[in-house]
Design a protein. Structure first.
Length: 209
């Protein structure tokens, strides 16, 4: 059994949309009002880990498809970049989806979907783990598409005879339907008090036309 390091170098990986929808369901917030750097720092401090790097991933709509949210994310991501957060973003792709209404009628709506975000998160976690840059991969997501990454981290730990940990952190409250983190990871729940202590003081919606 490799020794547990006294100083646990931690990289935080944020699935921006997954975190937003988790906070919306848990706490009722209607727009992404979290500050990733504050949230990552607070979680790490509570765990006794050292935050070394923060990554943020999200899909954003094009200006033509949705000028409001395109402007919101452009402003928010620009501020995050100035704080030293590494950002990966891709334009949403749209497809038609049939949904059932409350009167049992069906209608077709256009839905934006992220492509490549979870793959990019997985690749980055594996790359930085293989290179020996981190001891803890802290993932702010409940996306179980990332559960296979946990298996890979364990294989790397065995092959390199290193102590490694992967954890998933996510909002949780009595109103949360999904109370589980990513399978095969340590789960760190974010309660309302913790989340509210890490709000972004800027409201980028006010700057939209």
């Amino acid at each position: 059994m490799p020794p547990e390091p006294a100083l646990k170098r931690t990289f935080a990986f944020f699935d921006g949309q997954n975190l937003f929808y988790g906070a919306k369901e848990a706490f009722g917030y209607r727009f992404p009002n979290y500050d990733p750097l504050l949230l990552a720092n607070e979680v790490c401090q509570r765990q006794g880990w050292q935050l070394n790097k923060t990554f943020f991933y999200t899909g954003i709509p094009s200006h033509n498809d949705d000028p409001f949210w395109n402007s919101f994310w452009s402003l928010k991501l620009a501020v995050m970049g100035k704080k030293g957060i590494s950002i990966f973003n891709r334009e949403l792709r749209y497809r038609n989806r049939t949904v059932k209404l409350s009167n049992n009628q069906e209608t077709t709506i256009l839905v934006g979907q992220e492509k490549g975000v979870d793959i990019r998160i997985a690749l980055d976690i594996i790359r930085y783990t293989l290179n020996g840059f981190l001891d803890v991969a802290l993932v702010f997501s409940q996306d179980n598409d990332l559960s296979e990454v946990a298996d890979e981290v364990r294989k790397i730990a065995q092959s390199q005879n290193r102590w490694l940990k992967i954890a998933s952190s996510f909002p949780a409250s009595p109103t949360s339907r999904n109370t589980r983190g990513i399978n095969k990871t340590d789960w760190i729940k974010i309660d309302r008090q913790l989340y509210d202590s890490c709000l972004d003081p800027n409201d980028y919606r006010m700057k939209n036309p």
